[in-house]
Every structure is written in C-alpha cells, then in structure tokens.
Design a protein around this ligand. Structure first.
Ligand SMILES: [Zn+2]
Ligand SMILES: [Zn+2]
Ligand SMILES: [Zn+2]
Ligand SMILES: [Zn+2]
Length: 369
C-alpha cells in the first residue's frame, strides 16, 4: 500500500479509494461512512494477487474464482492458487508441496462404540505461564424427547485435544424418556443409553477439563489456565449440557465471521460444508460420527488460528493502565476529514475477535507482577 500524506492525497485524488477493498468515492464524507461501517482490518481474508481485503473467505472465493471474479486475480489463482485455503503460491512446485498438508482426509470414524480415555489431570501453574491458551473441541449428539421428539436432550459427548486425541467420551443417561433416538443421524439406540453416565457427572468432568484447575472468577476475567472451547453451534451443546462457560473462551466455527455467509446477514454454513470447502474432505454422508465432527471443528479452528496477520497499527492511548483503541467515534468530523485513506484504514478495527490472536501469548494477569 502506498503511503500518501494527508495533504498531498487531497490534491491528487479526485476520488477517494479505500485501501482495503478498493471501492472509490467522490465525496470524502461518503468515504468516511464506508470506512465506519466496513470494519476493515488486517485480519480480513485477503487476495494473494491484488491484496484486496474481503469480508469473508466466501467473498474472497468469489473475487478469485467466482462467476464475476477479477480477471487478473482469477487467471493467476487458477494456475498457482490453492482451492482450499485460497492462498497463491510462487510456482506450481510450491503449490503442490503446500497442498500435501492443506488438503486433508477424514479421520477414521469411531462409530457407536464406547471409547476409553485417560482421566484428565489439571495443568500445573508453572507450565502455563507465558503460553498460549490451549483449545479443546467438543461434539455432542442429541436425541429427542416429548411430543414427536421435538425437544433436544444430550445423549453423547466427545472432547478432543489439539492433537486429535480423545480426552473425554461418554454416552449420557437421558433425563426424560426418549421418544426419538434420531437413529439415522446419531446411530444411537436404547441400549447405548441404558447404563450411561448421569448428566451431572458429565458436566462435572467437562468443567474439570475446561477450567483446568483455574478459578471461575479468573477464567471469566482473563482466561488464566482455562481452555478455549471449540465447537460448531456451541450454544446448542451448552444448552444440552445445562452448562455455562465464559463467552470469551468460546470459539464457534458457526459464528466466526470469516467462515460465515456473505450475502445473508449472520447466516452460518454447516459443518459438512465447511469441512468440504476448507479442509477438503467429506463428512456426515450417513450417520454423523462424533469423533469426525470433533476433529473437523478442531482442524478448522487451528487453520484459522494459524493465519498470519500483521499487527494492527491502530492508535492506542493508555488510561488507568489499560490500552484503549481510538476509533472513528472518538474523533471529530474535522479530524476525520483531514485523514488519508491509509490513516483511516489504520484506525479501523474488525468487529470480531480474530482467532490468529489466540496464537499470541496472553497478557499475564497483573497479580503475577
Ligand atoms: Zn473498503
Ligand atoms: Zn487475524
Ligand atoms: Zn485480487
Ligand atoms: Zn491450501
């Protein structure tokens, strides 16, 4: 991006061009309006050819290989681009080498067998300090109770760690009589749940893993040793578990902005779609395999976490030892009027928490000093 100083840009620009999405505006105030509502940031998915920032991977895919794709970008992408992660490589050799680790295959399903796992031991404090938060992925299967099986209740839970090892798995004893086992999707029958673990015990075991020896208060405040919980439609599962977990520790693949639909506001893709599109393999063709679903969400999370984004250049001021961002609302229209497209981009921040930030060590809480 070229750096235009704030006085020279006015003279040479008849139009104001957004340095992130390249849209052009005749009037500066319309351009500022665009910047205010676009939430552009270095965390947005970006075209590897023209460096345009896009709202989501779906818009990037359209830009690079859709029906109305930019000709130059799409011709380069079709030769040297990876269809799964949408990155562009210097040559065919680099592309094919990359694709060996980018296009994945489905892990072996576990079916409806009960799986052995080792009882979880919370982490020692010393091991945690200065590290990035660890993530755990969850998948649940729900069966129906009441009239026509309309109401969901938890029947099975699986938790895996970042290395795709099962750290907890159990069938769950239903609280209410089951009226629909949803066998064609869950593969479950009455026999699986007859002597299953009671819900209260399931909750306690999961919370022990997640809080990881941390106090609830500390976990809410800054995370501490508590783990990040990754899943697809987590709210649905937490309801089934009758369980709460701090919002800031949830990583939901159905709500992560870059993975969501662009043309329908706040609409999610299915896990089946995300797995096929962003990991390169099929799941959920018949019975949903709880382990395969867990692995898919973990792989999606890790892929998003490993995105390499620049540090934001946003202006921060310090107040009471807390860094505060100075955004559009903190500036007068006069100040905004005198800012160049580059400067406006610099004060713009995203309206979601990018998962790449999970790969940076958390700020240690103040009581450690
Ligand atoms: Zn823009
Ligand atoms: Zn990021
Ligand atoms: Zn492009
Ligand atoms: Zn790739």
């Amino acid at each position: 991006m070229k750096d235009l100083d704030s006085n020279s840009f006015k003279a040479i620009a008849e139009r104001y061009k957004c340095v992130a999405c390249f849209k052009e505006y005749k009037q500066h105030e319309h351009f500022v309006e665009h910047m205010k509502k676009s939430y552009h940031s270095v965390h947005q998915p970006r075209c590897g050819v023209c460096e345009k920032f896009c709202k989501s991977f779906e818009s990037l895919r359209e830009h690079i290989s859709g029906k109305l794709a930019k000709a130059h970008c799409s011709s380069i992408f079709s030769q040297k681009g990876c269809e799964v992660c949408l990155k562009v490589f210097p040559d065919l050799y680099a592309l094919s080498e990359h694709q060996e680790s980018c296009i994945l295959t489905a892990p072996a399903p576990i079916g409806t067998t009960d799986i052995q796992y080792n009882e979880y031991d919370p982490m020692e404090d010393e091991i945690y300090i200065g590290k990035c938060p660890e993530a755990v992925a969850i998948d649940c299967q729900l069966v129906g109770c009441y009239d026509g099986g309309r109401l969901d209740q938890l029947a099975r839970v699986c938790l895996i760690d970042e290395e795709e090892n099962i750290i907890f798995h159990t069938f769950v004893k239903p609280q209410e009589p089951v009226t629909d086992y949803r066998h064609e999707v869950t593969g479950l029958t009455e026999a699986h749940l007859r002597d299953a673990m009671p819900l209260a015990e399931v909750q306690a075991k999961i919370l022990k893993i997640l809080y990881n020896g941390e106090s609830v208060a500390k976990a809410r405040l800054h995370g501490g040793k508590a783990k990040l919980l990754v899943g697809h439609n987590l709210e649905h599962y937490l309801d089934g578990l009758l369980m709460n977990y701090p919002e800031k520790l949830l990583r939901d693949t159905s709500l992560y902005r870059p993975l969501m639909k662009t043309h329908v506001a706040n609409a999610s893709h299915t896990l089946k779609y995300l797995t096929k599109t962003y990991l390169g393999y099929d799941i959920r063709s018949g019975i949903n395999d709880t382990y395969q679903d867990c692995v898919s969400v973990m792989r999606l999370y890790k892929r998003m976490r490993s995105q390499e984004h620049q540090d934001e250049k946003t202006t921060m001021i310090c107040s009471n030892n807390t860094k505060l961002h100075v955004g559009f609302d903190d500036r007068t229209s006069k100040e905004l009027e005198n800012m160049s497209p580059d400067q406006l981009f610099e004060i713009s921040v995203s309206d979601y928490q990018c998962w790449c930030l999970d790969s940076r060590p958390r700020d240690p809480p103040r009581e450690w000093y």
